[in-house]
Design a protein around this ligand. Structure first.
Ligand SMILES: [Zn+2]
Length: 296
C-alpha cells in the first residue's frame, strides 16, 4: 500500500471512529483487519486480474501504526487462511476451533414457542460502504435500535455473505445480510435476513451503487438508508446463542434469524459474487444448544 493510500485509510479510520463513539473499538479493529487484508490481496493478486483492487506495491513502513498490526494473520475462505485453519493463525482466534457455541449452524430440531416480537426501531440514517476484503460492509449512523428481552441494542453495521451461512433444515439461501447490533454493556445481537433470488431489493441497490473502488476504505454514500426496508413483512424468527462467524469467533452473540427471506435480483447477486463468490463459514456443531422458533 502506498503511503498516501495508507494515510487515507487512517483518515477513514479516524473519521469512522469519531462518528460512532460506542463502537469505536470495534470499528478500529475491523478497519485494521481490513487494512491487513488489503495487504494480503495485493500480495496474492496481480493488478490486471482484479483492476478494482489497489495496484500491487511494496508495503511501505507506517511509522504511526504499531508494528504488530502488520504481523496480524490473514484469514480468508480458502487456501491457507481457510476456516479450518483460522485457529492456527493467531492465539486470539482459538475459539474458532475450541468454541462450543459457534456460528453459523444448521437450524433444525428446535422448539416451537411464542417468541416475543423483535421491536425494531430503524430510521433513515447516513451510511458508508466498505469493502473490507472479507465482505461488503455498510456502516450506519447512530439511532437504529432494536429491543428484545427488555434489552436495547444499537445497529453498528450490516454486511453480506454468499451463500447464506445459516441453513434452515439443511437449506442454504443465495445470500444473507447480517445486521450487527451492540448493547450498552457490549453484548452483540445479530439479525440475519436471508436473501433469495426474485424481485429487486432497492436498499441493496443503494449499497451496490455506493461500492468503493478500493478495498479497506469506507466511502460515505449519498443520501440515507432505512433498514426497515430490508426486513421481511413477516418478522417471525429463530433464535439461539452463537458466535461471530469470522475470527476471532467470539461467543455470547444473540442470533435472530428471520424466517421469511427477502428477494434481490440475479443481477444484484451477480454484483456481490463478482467481489465475493464464496464468503460463508461452514456450519458448526449445535452441541446441544437450544434453538427456539415461532410456529409456522
Ligand atoms: Zn456475518
Amino acid at each position: 500500500m502506498r503511503a498516501s493510500a495508507l494515510f487515507l485509510t487512517l483518515v477513514a479510520t479516524a473519521t469512522l471512529a469519531a462518528a460512532e463513539p460506542p463502537s469505536m473499538d470495534t470499528l478500529r479493529a475491523k478497519l485494521e483487519a481490513a487494512m491487513q487484508d488489503a495487504h494480503a490481496v495485493q500480495r496474492a493478486e496481480p493488478a490486471p486480474a482484479k483492476p478494482r483492487r489497489a495496484a500491487p506495491a511494496k508495503p511501505q513502513p507506517a511509522p504511526n501504526k504499531p508494528a504488530a498490526a502488520h504481523d496480524a494473520p490473514h484469514w480468508s475462505y480458502q487456501g491457507e487462511g481457510a476456516p479450518e485453519h483460522w485457529a492456527e493463525l493467531s492465539p486470539e482466534f482459538a475459539l474458532c476451533a475450541t468454541g462450543q457455541r459457534q456460528s453459523p449452524i444448521d437450524i433444525r430440531g428446535g422448539v416451537t414457542v411464542d417468541l416475543e416480537p423483535i421491536a425494531f426501531d430503524y430510521r433513515p440514517t447516513g451510511f458508508s460502504v466498505l469493502d473490507n476484503g472479507h465482505t461488503v460492509q455498510v456502516n450506519v449512523g447512530s439511532g437504529n435500535r432494536l429491543t428484545i428481552s427488555g434489552k436495547r441494542y444499537e445497529l453498528l453495521q450490516f454486511h453480506f455473505h454468499r451463500p447464506s451461512e445459516e441453513r434452515i433444515d439443511g437449506r442454504q439461501f443465495e445470500m444473507v445480510a447480517h445486521l450487527v447490533h451492540k448493547s450498552d454493556e457490549g453484548r452483540l445481537a445479530v439479525v440475519a435476513v436471508l436473501l433469495q433470488e426474485g424481485s429487486v431489493q432497492p436498499l441493496i441497490q443503494q449499497v451496490w451503487n455506493a461500492l468503493p473502488l478500493e478495498t479497506g476504505m469506507a466511502q460515505p454514500a449519498p443520501g440515507s438508508i432505512n433498514l426497515t426496508h430490508l426486513l421481511p413483512e413477516d418478522r417471525r424468527y429463530y433464535t439461539y446463542m452463537g458466535s461471530l462467524t469470522t475470527p476471532p469467533c467470539s461467543e455470547g452473540v444473540l442470533w435472530m434469524v428471520l424466517k421469511q427471506p427477502v428477494t434481490l435480483t440475479a443481477a444484484q447477486i451477480a454484483v456481490f459474487s463478482h467481489l465475493y463468490p464464496m464468503n460463508a463459514r461452514p456450519v458448526q456443531p449445535q452441541s446441544g444448544r437450544l434453538i427456539k422458533g415461532n410456529a409456522e
